[in-house]
Design a protein. Structure first.
Length: 134
């Protein structure tokens, strides 16, 4: 399961690298809830570190831009994405929605973004996974 999880996280992150920390966080939370009570914390942390390491290797192999200097690529990717200027404008329903607009709200922006990016199947799968965890 470690290899399968690493491959899925790596391939998904190679499409949109910003999602990598979110996927790792989601994996840690999921494994925390489904782990055996007999599994020690040390083994749990070792498994998480294995998945992080292997998924980064998959990311490096699936993004051709990282092949020449993989460590520099990962460092630059996180640096550029953390300093990304947020003063642009996205048009939704004929209105400019951005950080600089008067009626901007993070919650409304996320709802608009999810409504455009997620299909009904994705949304229902997300709700089902929350229901299973609870």
């Amino acid at each position: 399961w470690i290899l399968i999880s690493s491959a899925i996280i790596g391939v998904t992150s190679s499409l949109k690298f910003v999602i990598y920390p979110v996927l790792i966080f989601q994996l840690v939370i999921t494994l925390f809830f489904v782990k055996n009570k007999s599994m020690k914390t040390y083994n749990f942390m070792i498994n998480i570190l294995k998945i992080i390491f292997l998924s980064l290797i998959v990311v490096i192999f699936t993004i051709p831009a990282s092949w020449s200097h993989p460590i520099n690529f990962l460092n630059e990717a996180f640096t550029v994405l953390s300093n990304y200027p947020g003063n642009r404008c996205d048009f939704f329903r004929g209105q400019c929605i951005g950080v600089t607009s008067e009626n901007w709200s993070l919650l409304r922006y996320l709802i608009n973004w999810f409504s455009l990016k997620l299909t009904l199947i994705n949304f229902l799968s997300f709700l089902a996974s929350l229901f299973i965890l609870i």
